[in-house]
Every structure is written in structure tokens, then in C-alpha cells.
Design a binder for this molecule. Structure first.
Ligand SMILES: NC(=O)C[C@H](N)C(=O)O
Length: 345
């Protein structure tokens, strides 16, 4: 189909002085739906990334968006794309998901993940799961092979074994960096939540495929030095993710307990149902979370037309998006770079 873009404007502005949120909007007028789709948006966690990890954190989200977008350009669905992107990020030790997850109070890895398919409101999740390299793929199996929405702990492990899902030694998911941060936060005067806000790193993705189907996926090691058995927002539908073909999809990151209190993903879609744009809805919900429960975080959002938004109330969030053969990416407030998706890094 020949492109019928008659006017495309890219608005990027920081409203930091007003509300301290990064505001990023792709606003397009008179663009056919076929030109806007497919689209994939990926995040690598809201927080602050130490200088020495910035470059690789940014490279990781770009690689993930390229991997997921190539699925969308082939026969892949939105679900295939978000699972591919999140799998790549789980395998990258620079993020708090899969390999490199933060450790719980006992010094062990326990992870949460969710997927949601906007066609049927189908969803699958795992919580407090161990010895699994790619929890997002196990979450997809929960969706595809069970009548349940979430399996936890040992039950999730048993299900994984029954499906022949590969088990890895728990130790193999632990990095030196994660162990160092765990030790540091064992000190009596430590503040793990504060420290975590310093370096978050949950990963997530939202996508709309060429058919207009919408999906989301999120994966995390949770909060630093959390209690054993703690279940965070990521495993909970409407909190750590939501996708509905009629409205859009959201993948959040941030302080899990705050996200759960305001059911952040569903709250954003509720605002979109009331007529707000993806950007305005995200902005309103993040502001509400901050004001009502003092929580910081970030989100990636898409709507059925392929309009997308990246918003965060934290200092940074590594993100990347792919649409119309263009790679978009950024990290700091107000930052937005673009390049052809086929060009080298
Ligand atoms: N890094 C994060 O985004 C943490 C995640 N939301 C959790 O609380 O489990």
C-alpha cells in the first residue's frame, strides 16, 4: 500500500518544570492505520542508571526492539513480538529480570512476569518463580495451557517441569552486581526501596501488529531485598500490565506496591476509555500514583491506532520503539533520538 502520510509532526517536549514527567508523543494526522502499524515499544525500567551501565542499558532496549519488530515484520503477532523483546531483555544481565534479577532477603532470585493478549483479554502470569531463565515464556505457557491467570512459587515450577520447560540452577541467574547490591542492603541502616529507585530495571513491552491485535509483556526480579514470597505488581493483571484490543496496552515499571494500590495499567486504559490520549492518560495516572501513594514509575503505552507514548516520573527510563522502519530511543527526560531501523548502532 502506498503511504498516504500528508502531515507528520513529531512533538517532543519536557514538562519537567510543570509536572516533572517526561512527555513524549508521536502525533500524526491524516496517516492511514496501515502506515502506523505495526508498532512496538519497549522499556528497561524506571529509575536511575549508574553512568557505567548507561550505554549497555540503552543498547539492550534497542536490540530488544529490533528483535521484536522483526517478528512483527514477518508472520509474528503482537504477542510474539512482546515475548521476543522481553526474552532478549531477560537474557541481558543489565536489567532486573531473568539473568541479573535483584535478590530477595535470603539472597535468592524470585521473579514475576505477565503477558496479556488484547484479542480475548487472555492473560498468563507467574509469581515468585525460581530457576527459570525466561519467566515471560512461562507466563505465556500459563496463558496458553491452563485455565488460570497466575501460578506462583513451587506450583509454577511444577507446571514448568510438566511442560518440559527448561530449569536452570538458581545460582546461574545471579550476577556479581546483584550480589553486591544485596549485601549492601543487608546493613541495618540500609534503605532497599530508596536504593531500588536508584536502579530499577524491570523490563516490558507493548505492541500492535498489522492485524490490529494488541499485547503486552512485563518481567522483573521485583524489589531489592524483598521478603521471600513477595508478589509484586508485575504478576498482577491490571497492575503490571494490561492489553485490550478496544483500548490499548500498558507495561509499567516502578515501585510495585504503589503500582498495585492504583492498579496503574488498568487506570491508564480507563482514562483512555474516557477519551484521553495515551500520553494524557499515562500522565494523569502517574501523577495520581505520586500524589496519592507517593510512588514513582514509568510506562510504555500504545493505542489501537498505533499511537504510542513513553512516560516516567523517575529520573531515567531506557526505552526504544519501532514504527514505520524507524527506531526511536531515549533515556533521560526529554531525550528522543531516531534512526532507520536497518542502520547499525
Ligand atoms: N523494577 C521494578 O519496576 C519493580 C517492580 N515493579 C516490582 O515492584 O516488582
Amino acid at each position: 500500500m502506498s503511504p498516504c502520510v500528508t502531515q507528520t509532526s513529531l512533538n517532543l517536549f519536557s514538562t519537567r518544570s510543570l509536572n516533572r514527567f517526561t512527555c513524549l508523543t508521536i502525533s500524526l494526522s491524516r496517516v492511514s492505520l496501515a502506515d502506523m502499524l505495526p508498532v512496538l515499544v519497549v522499556h528497561g525500567g524506571a529509575g536511575f542508571i549508574p553512568k557505567e551501565r548507561v550505554q549497555l542499558s540503552c543498547a539492550g532496549v534497542q536490540a530488544a526492539v529490533r528483535g521484536g519488530y522483526s517478528k512483527l515484520q514477518g508472520q509474528g503477532s503482537a504477542m510474539d513480538a512482546v515475548v521476543e523483546a522481553v526474552t532478549l531483555l531477560e537474557n541481558d544481565h543489565h536489567y532486573n529480570a531473568g539473568l541479573g534479577s535483584v535478590l530477595n532477603a535470603k539472597g535468592e532470585v524470585e521473579m514475576d512476569a505477565i503477558v496479556m493478549d488484547g484479542r480475548y483479554l487472555a492473560s498468563g502470569a507467574v509469581s515468585a518463580v525460581r530457576k527459570v531463565a525466561n519467566p515471560v515464556q512461562l507466563a505465556r505457557l500459563v496463558m496458553d495451557k491452563t485455565s488460570h491467570l497466575c501460578l506462583t512459587g513451587e506450583g509454577a515450577s511444577q507446571f514448568a517441569r510438566s511442560m518440559g520447560f527448561p530449569e536452570v540452577p538458581g545460582e546461574s541467574l545471579i550476577t556479581e552486581y546483584a550480589r553486591m547490591r544485596w549485601k549492601k542492603n543487608l546493613a541495618a541502616d540500609a534503605n532497599p526501596v530508596e536504593c531500588q529507585m536508584g536502579k530499577m530495571g524491570t523490563v516490558g513491552a507493548v505492541a500492535v501488529d498489522a492485524e490490529g491485535n494488541i499485547a503486552c509483556a512485563t518481567s522483573t526480579g521485583g524489589m531489592l531485598n524483598k521478603m521471600e514470597g513477595r508478589v509484586g505488581d508485575t504478576a498482577c493483571i491490571g497492575c503490571g500490565g494490561y492489553a485490550d484490543n478496544r483500548v490499548g496496552a500498558v507495561s509499567p515499571t516502578g515501585e510495585g506496591e504503589a503500582i498495585m494500590k492504583v492498579t496503574l495499567a488498568r487506570l491508564i486504559l480507563f482514562h483512555m476509555e474516557q477519551g484521553r490520549s495515551a500520553e494524557a492518560a499515562a500522565d494523569e495516572a502517574l501523577a495520581y500514583m505520586k500524589e496519592r501513594v507517593g510512588g514513582l514509575g514509568g510506562v510504555v503505552v500504545v493505542d489501537p491506532q498505533g499511537e504510542w507514548s513513553v512516560r516516567f516520573s523517575s529520573l531515567q527510563m531506557a526505552w526504544a520503539a519501532a514504527q514505520q522502519q524507524t527506531l526511536h530511543y531515549g533515556l533521560y527526560t526529554g531525550e528522543h533520538f531516531t534512526q532507520n531501523i536497518d542502520d547499525p548502532y
